[in-house]
Design a protein around this ligand. Structure first.
Ligand SMILES: [Zn+2]
Length: 301
Protein backbone atom coordinates (compact mmCIF):
# COMPACT_ATOMS: atom_id res chain seq x y z
CA UNK A 1 0.00 0.00 0.00
CA UNK A 2 1.52 3.31 -0.97
CA UNK A 3 1.64 6.36 1.22
CA UNK A 4 -0.54 8.20 -1.20
CA UNK A 5 -3.29 5.68 -0.69
CA UNK A 6 -3.76 7.68 2.48
CA UNK A 7 -5.75 10.00 0.29
CA UNK A 8 -8.33 7.22 -0.02
CA UNK A 9 -8.30 6.68 3.68
CA UNK A 10 -11.70 6.19 5.24
CA UNK A 11 -13.77 9.28 5.91
CA UNK A 12 -15.32 7.76 9.01
CA UNK A 13 -12.67 7.83 11.68
CA UNK A 14 -12.35 5.33 14.49
CA UNK A 15 -10.76 6.28 17.78
CA UNK A 16 -6.97 6.34 17.57
CA UNK A 17 -5.66 3.00 18.83
CA UNK A 18 -2.36 4.51 19.88
CA UNK A 19 -3.46 7.18 22.30
CA UNK A 20 -7.25 6.71 22.53
CA UNK A 21 -7.36 10.50 22.79
CA UNK A 22 -9.16 11.40 19.59
CA UNK A 23 -10.52 10.30 16.25
CA UNK A 24 -7.90 8.80 14.00
CA UNK A 25 -8.04 11.44 11.31
CA UNK A 26 -5.08 11.71 8.94
CA UNK A 27 -4.01 14.88 10.71
CA UNK A 28 -4.22 13.19 14.08
CA UNK A 29 -2.39 10.09 12.91
CA UNK A 30 0.51 11.95 11.28
CA UNK A 31 0.87 15.06 13.40
CA UNK A 32 -1.28 15.39 16.48
CA UNK A 33 -1.31 11.93 18.02
CA UNK A 34 0.87 11.76 21.14
CA UNK A 35 2.86 8.97 19.52
CA UNK A 36 3.41 10.96 16.30
CA UNK A 37 4.41 14.06 18.27
CA UNK A 38 7.14 12.12 20.04
CA UNK A 39 8.36 10.63 16.73
CA UNK A 40 8.67 14.14 15.30
CA UNK A 41 10.55 15.34 18.37
CA UNK A 42 12.93 12.39 18.20
CA UNK A 43 14.36 13.17 14.78
CA UNK A 44 17.99 14.05 14.88
CA UNK A 45 17.72 17.61 13.59
CA UNK A 46 16.50 20.78 15.25
CA UNK A 47 13.55 20.73 12.85
CA UNK A 48 11.69 18.19 14.99
CA UNK A 49 11.61 20.59 17.89
CA UNK A 50 10.60 23.71 15.99
CA UNK A 51 7.79 22.34 13.84
CA UNK A 52 4.41 23.21 15.26
CA UNK A 53 1.49 21.42 13.71
CA UNK A 54 -2.02 22.78 13.67
CA UNK A 55 -5.37 21.00 13.53
CA UNK A 56 -5.53 21.72 9.81
CA UNK A 57 -4.04 18.95 7.66
CA UNK A 58 -3.68 21.16 4.63
CA UNK A 59 -1.72 23.81 6.53
CA UNK A 60 0.60 21.19 7.94
CA UNK A 61 1.32 19.64 4.56
CA UNK A 62 1.84 23.10 3.05
CA UNK A 63 4.37 23.93 5.75
CA UNK A 64 6.33 20.75 4.99
CA UNK A 65 6.22 21.40 1.24
CA UNK A 66 7.56 24.92 1.88
CA UNK A 67 10.48 23.42 3.79
CA UNK A 68 11.06 20.91 1.01
CA UNK A 69 11.33 23.73 -1.51
CA UNK A 70 14.02 25.58 0.43
CA UNK A 71 17.00 24.58 -1.67
CA UNK A 72 19.54 25.92 0.82
CA UNK A 73 18.41 23.37 3.40
CA UNK A 74 20.30 20.06 3.75
CA UNK A 75 18.53 17.28 1.92
CA UNK A 76 17.67 15.57 5.18
CA UNK A 77 15.70 18.61 6.35
CA UNK A 78 14.00 18.95 2.97
CA UNK A 79 12.86 15.36 2.62
CA UNK A 80 12.81 13.81 6.06
CA UNK A 81 9.26 14.97 6.92
CA UNK A 82 7.86 12.92 4.06
CA UNK A 83 9.79 9.82 5.03
CA UNK A 84 8.70 10.35 8.59
CA UNK A 85 5.03 10.50 7.61
CA UNK A 86 5.47 7.28 5.66
CA UNK A 87 7.19 5.68 8.65
CA UNK A 88 4.42 6.80 11.05
CA UNK A 89 1.83 5.32 8.69
CA UNK A 90 3.71 2.03 8.46
CA UNK A 91 4.21 2.01 12.21
CA UNK A 92 0.48 2.51 12.73
CA UNK A 93 -0.28 -0.47 10.48
CA UNK A 94 2.30 -2.61 12.24
CA UNK A 95 0.82 -1.64 15.58
CA UNK A 96 -2.78 -2.39 14.61
CA UNK A 97 -2.38 -5.42 12.39
CA UNK A 98 0.75 -7.10 13.73
CA UNK A 99 0.89 -5.88 17.31
CA UNK A 100 4.35 -4.39 16.81
CA UNK A 101 4.91 -1.54 19.22
CA UNK A 102 8.19 0.21 18.63
CA UNK A 103 9.54 3.15 20.55
CA UNK A 104 8.99 6.48 18.74
CA UNK A 105 12.75 7.07 18.74
CA UNK A 106 13.20 3.80 16.81
CA UNK A 107 10.69 4.94 14.20
CA UNK A 108 12.48 8.28 13.86
CA UNK A 109 15.83 6.53 13.43
CA UNK A 110 14.35 4.21 10.83
CA UNK A 111 13.04 7.17 8.84
CA UNK A 112 16.49 8.74 8.93
CA UNK A 113 18.06 5.48 7.73
CA UNK A 114 15.45 5.27 4.95
CA UNK A 115 16.23 8.73 3.67
CA UNK A 116 19.99 8.21 3.82
CA UNK A 117 19.62 5.02 1.81
CA UNK A 118 17.36 6.77 -0.65
CA UNK A 119 19.77 9.67 -0.97
CA UNK A 120 22.77 7.38 -1.47
CA UNK A 121 20.92 5.45 -4.16
CA UNK A 122 19.71 8.61 -5.87
CA UNK A 123 23.18 10.12 -5.75
CA UNK A 124 24.77 6.98 -7.17
CA UNK A 125 22.27 6.81 -9.99
CA UNK A 126 22.55 10.47 -10.90
CA UNK A 127 26.28 10.89 -10.45
CA UNK A 128 27.02 8.27 -13.06
CA UNK A 129 24.98 9.89 -15.81
CA UNK A 130 23.61 13.36 -15.07
CA UNK A 131 26.15 14.57 -12.53
CA UNK A 132 23.36 15.98 -10.38
CA UNK A 133 22.56 15.52 -6.78
CA UNK A 134 19.21 16.36 -5.22
CA UNK A 135 20.67 18.65 -2.60
CA UNK A 136 23.00 21.01 -4.37
CA UNK A 137 22.16 20.75 -8.04
CA UNK A 138 25.07 20.14 -10.41
CA UNK A 139 28.20 18.71 -8.88
CA UNK A 140 31.53 19.75 -10.21
CA UNK A 141 33.50 16.54 -9.96
CA UNK A 142 32.45 13.15 -11.23
CA UNK A 143 32.01 10.88 -8.28
CA UNK A 144 34.20 7.84 -8.46
CA UNK A 145 31.81 4.91 -8.57
CA UNK A 146 33.37 1.81 -7.13
CA UNK A 147 32.40 -0.99 -9.41
CA UNK A 148 32.55 -4.70 -9.07
CA UNK A 149 36.04 -6.12 -9.66
CA UNK A 150 36.51 -9.53 -11.26
CA UNK A 151 38.46 -12.33 -9.53
CA UNK A 152 41.64 -13.75 -11.15
CA UNK A 153 41.35 -16.29 -13.95
CA UNK A 154 40.29 -19.68 -12.60
CA UNK A 155 38.41 -18.16 -9.67
CA UNK A 156 34.82 -17.17 -9.14
CA UNK A 157 33.43 -14.37 -7.06
CA UNK A 158 30.23 -14.76 -5.06
CA UNK A 159 28.67 -11.55 -3.77
CA UNK A 160 26.00 -12.04 -1.14
CA UNK A 161 23.73 -9.75 0.82
CA UNK A 162 20.80 -9.87 3.21
CA UNK A 163 18.15 -7.48 4.34
CA UNK A 164 17.04 -7.17 7.93
CA UNK A 165 13.66 -5.74 8.87
CA UNK A 166 12.68 -5.80 12.52
CA UNK A 167 9.66 -8.02 13.12
CA UNK A 168 9.75 -9.55 9.63
CA UNK A 169 9.05 -13.27 9.67
CA UNK A 170 11.82 -14.00 7.18
CA UNK A 171 15.21 -12.68 6.10
CA UNK A 172 15.62 -11.70 2.47
CA UNK A 173 18.84 -12.78 0.91
CA UNK A 174 20.56 -12.69 -2.50
CA UNK A 175 23.73 -14.00 -4.08
CA UNK A 176 25.43 -13.80 -7.47
CA UNK A 177 28.40 -15.73 -8.81
CA UNK A 178 30.58 -14.29 -11.58
CA UNK A 179 33.79 -15.42 -13.25
CA UNK A 180 36.96 -13.51 -14.15
CA UNK A 181 35.28 -12.13 -17.28
CA UNK A 182 32.37 -10.81 -15.27
CA UNK A 183 30.05 -13.43 -16.73
CA UNK A 184 27.25 -14.32 -14.37
CA UNK A 185 27.40 -18.05 -13.69
CA UNK A 186 24.40 -18.24 -11.42
CA UNK A 187 22.38 -16.01 -9.13
CA UNK A 188 19.59 -16.49 -6.66
CA UNK A 189 17.37 -15.13 -3.93
CA UNK A 190 15.91 -16.72 -0.83
CA UNK A 191 13.61 -16.08 2.05
CA UNK A 192 15.56 -17.41 5.00
CA UNK A 193 14.54 -17.87 8.60
CA UNK A 194 13.69 -14.86 10.74
CA UNK A 195 16.60 -12.82 12.03
CA UNK A 196 16.75 -10.60 15.09
CA UNK A 197 19.63 -8.37 14.06
CA UNK A 198 21.47 -7.13 11.00
CA UNK A 199 24.44 -9.30 11.93
CA UNK A 200 22.30 -12.42 12.17
CA UNK A 201 20.66 -11.63 8.82
CA UNK A 202 24.05 -11.22 7.16
CA UNK A 203 25.31 -14.45 8.72
CA UNK A 204 22.24 -16.31 7.46
CA UNK A 205 22.86 -14.89 3.99
CA UNK A 206 26.48 -15.96 4.00
CA UNK A 207 25.62 -19.47 5.17
CA UNK A 208 23.06 -19.73 2.39
CA UNK A 209 25.60 -18.55 -0.20
CA UNK A 210 28.14 -21.11 1.05
CA UNK A 211 25.60 -23.90 0.70
CA UNK A 212 24.53 -22.78 -2.78
CA UNK A 213 28.15 -22.69 -3.95
CA UNK A 214 28.84 -26.09 -2.46
CA UNK A 215 25.70 -27.62 -3.99
CA UNK A 216 26.73 -26.39 -7.41
CA UNK A 217 30.11 -28.07 -7.14
CA UNK A 218 32.04 -24.79 -7.21
CA UNK A 219 35.20 -24.76 -5.11
CA UNK A 220 37.47 -21.83 -5.97
CA UNK A 221 35.33 -18.97 -4.84
CA UNK A 222 35.93 -15.56 -3.33
CA UNK A 223 32.95 -14.67 -1.19
CA UNK A 224 32.27 -10.98 -0.81
CA UNK A 225 29.89 -9.31 1.61
CA UNK A 226 29.38 -5.77 2.81
CA UNK A 227 29.01 -6.37 6.55
CA UNK A 228 32.42 -5.76 8.05
CA UNK A 229 31.44 -7.02 11.50
CA UNK A 230 30.54 -10.46 10.17
CA UNK A 231 33.62 -10.67 8.00
CA UNK A 232 35.91 -9.74 10.89
CA UNK A 233 34.23 -12.27 13.17
CA UNK A 234 34.83 -15.03 10.66
CA UNK A 235 38.27 -14.09 9.42
CA UNK A 236 39.60 -13.44 12.93
CA UNK A 237 38.00 -16.62 14.23
CA UNK A 238 36.10 -14.66 16.86
CA UNK A 239 32.84 -15.63 18.54
CA UNK A 240 29.66 -13.72 19.07
CA UNK A 241 27.29 -15.10 21.67
CA UNK A 242 24.12 -14.15 19.84
CA UNK A 243 24.97 -15.95 16.63
CA UNK A 244 27.16 -18.72 17.97
CA UNK A 245 25.27 -21.64 16.35
CA UNK A 246 25.29 -19.79 13.03
CA UNK A 247 29.04 -19.17 13.22
CA UNK A 248 29.50 -22.86 13.95
CA UNK A 249 27.50 -23.78 10.82
CA UNK A 250 29.37 -21.23 8.72
CA UNK A 251 32.75 -22.64 9.80
CA UNK A 252 31.56 -26.16 9.07
CA UNK A 253 30.62 -25.20 5.51
CA UNK A 254 33.75 -23.10 5.01
CA UNK A 255 35.83 -26.14 5.93
CA UNK A 256 34.21 -27.92 3.01
CA UNK A 257 35.48 -25.14 0.72
CA UNK A 258 39.16 -24.89 1.76
CA UNK A 259 40.20 -22.97 -1.35
CA UNK A 260 37.69 -20.23 -0.83
CA UNK A 261 37.96 -16.96 1.07
CA UNK A 262 35.79 -14.20 2.47
CA UNK A 263 36.36 -10.50 1.99
CA UNK A 264 34.67 -7.16 2.40
CA UNK A 265 33.28 -4.90 -0.34
CA UNK A 266 31.40 -1.62 -0.21
CA UNK A 267 27.63 -1.64 -0.56
CA UNK A 268 28.09 -0.03 -3.93
CA UNK A 269 30.19 -2.96 -5.15
CA UNK A 270 27.60 -5.32 -3.72
CA UNK A 271 24.65 -3.78 -5.51
CA UNK A 272 23.64 -6.81 -7.56
CA UNK A 273 23.43 -9.06 -4.49
CA UNK A 274 21.46 -6.37 -2.67
CA UNK A 275 18.97 -6.13 -5.53
CA UNK A 276 18.58 -9.90 -5.58
CA UNK A 277 17.84 -9.87 -1.87
CA UNK A 278 15.13 -7.28 -2.50
CA UNK A 279 13.76 -9.55 -5.22
CA UNK A 280 13.19 -12.23 -2.57
CA UNK A 281 10.38 -10.15 -1.07
CA UNK A 282 8.45 -10.41 -4.34
CA UNK A 283 8.78 -14.18 -4.65
CA UNK A 284 6.00 -16.60 -3.84
CA UNK A 285 8.49 -19.40 -3.28
CA UNK A 286 11.10 -19.61 -0.53
CA UNK A 287 14.02 -19.75 -2.92
CA UNK A 288 14.84 -19.24 -6.57
CA UNK A 289 18.05 -19.52 -8.55
CA UNK A 290 18.71 -18.31 -12.06
CA UNK A 291 20.92 -19.84 -14.76
CA UNK A 292 20.13 -17.00 -17.11
CA UNK A 293 20.79 -13.41 -16.14
CA UNK A 294 17.59 -11.50 -15.49
CA UNK A 295 17.34 -8.35 -17.56
CA UNK A 296 16.44 -6.15 -14.59
CA UNK A 297 19.68 -7.15 -12.91
CA UNK A 298 22.01 -6.02 -15.69
CA UNK A 299 22.05 -2.36 -14.65
CA UNK A 300 23.43 -3.32 -11.24
CA UNK A 301 26.34 -5.45 -12.43
ZN1 LIG B 1 -3.54 9.05 18.71
Amino acid sequence: MSFWSLSNYSTTFPVCQRCCCGDETINHLLFKCQFAEVVWRCINTTMGRVLIFTDNLEDNIKMLINIQQQQHQPYIVQYLPFWLMWRIWKSRNGFIFRKINRHPATEATKAEQDIKEWFDNTRNATSSNQEQNPRNGPITRRRQTKRWNPPPVGWLKCNFDSGYVEGKTYTRSGWIIRDSNGTVIRSGASKLQQAHSVLQAEALGFLNALQEVWNQGLRYVWFKGDNLELINLINKQQDHQRILPLLFDIRYWMAKLPHSSLGHVTREENKAADKLSHFATEMFSQSQSFHVLSRWLTEYL
